[in-house]
Design a protein around this ligand. Structure first.
Ligand code: ADP
Ligand code: MG
Length: 244
């Protein structure tokens, strides 16, 4: 388990999707003890950068280094890196035909080959108050419960760090509050988190550092306190004015 936070270096990172340049020569270096928030307008490249950092996709150009590990340049070379990272997405990505327990067990068994997969899965689910819901399929769970299953699944593998992409954007306000509380609880246990969110109040309360991303570029990189009280880039100031 990593307790030293995250040290990320990106140099000249670009990503091209069929001729559309989605990340444009992204270069930055940051150290964050707990939480890095990626913020910015829709379509700006936040999810793409998150996927690059998680080894889910390889950049078209440039180098990425996370905690001193230089990431492979091709997707096939990223498999072992990717295995060590927990990911939670907006729409939960649970398998609809599997129970909560089976969903959490699947990567533990199939990817990580833990002999005690079932016990691990039950421990993870219990931790998020899902002990009574383990036999239910996603359709039988509330949105907040589903997202807790997704978080339990991501954490059960004991990932080096967690990536979350708008984990509350599909939830109603009550469920959002519940999930934000769960994420706050994770903050202090020493597992770093990279979080894409539109919940600015939450980002302000939880993040150490903010990358403001727009049009495929890092427009501002700043400690969260500074970013939210006095954003330097006009685009960032305008964005915060609109959203707060
Ligand atoms: P954000 O998360 O900030 O909303 P994204 O990283 O999802 O932004 O997307 C940035 C741009 O890249 C958008 O224009 C989107 O349509 C495009 N894009 C993202 N993923 C793909 C893909 N797999 N294929 C083609 N275009 C993509
Ligand atoms: Mg996105």
């Amino acid at each position: 388990m990593s307790t030293d936070g995250l040290h990320i270096r990106c140099h000249g990172v670009s990503k091209d999707f069929g001729g559309q340049l989605v990340l444009k020569d992204v270069t930055f270096e940051i150290r964050v003890p707990h939480v890095l928030a990626l913020i910015g307008p829709s379509g700006g490249g936040k999810s793409t950068l998150l996927r690059v950092l998680g080894g889910l996709i390889a950049p078209s150009a440039g180098t990425v280094e996370v905690n001193s590990q230089v990431l492979a340049k091709v997707e096939s070379g990223l498999a072992s890196y990717r295995k060590r990272i927990g990911t939670v997405f907006q729409a939960y990505n649970l398998f609809p035909h599997l129970t909560a327990l089976e969903n959490v067990m699947l990567p533990l068994k199939e990817v990580h080959h833990f002999p005690d997969a079932e016990a691990r899965a039950k421990t993870a689910l219990s931790r998020f108050r899902l002990a009574d819901h383990m036999a239910k399929r996603p359709a039988e769970l509330s949105g907040g419960q589903r997202q807790r299953v997704a978080i339990a699944r991501a954490l059960a593998i004991e990932p080096a760090f967690l990536l979350m992409d708008e984990p509350t954007s599909a939830l109603d306000p009550e469920m959002t509050a519940e999930i934000l509380e769960v994420i706050s609880g994770l903050r202090n246990e020493g597992r770093p988190l990279v979080l894409v969110t539109h919940a600015m109040g939450f980002a302000r309360s939880i993040a150490d550092h903010v990358l403001f991303i727009g049009d495929g570029r890092i427009i501002e990189s700043a400690p969260a306190g500074e970013f939210f009280s006095a954003p330097q880039a006009p685009e960032a100031a305008q964005f915060l004015e609109k959203i707060l």
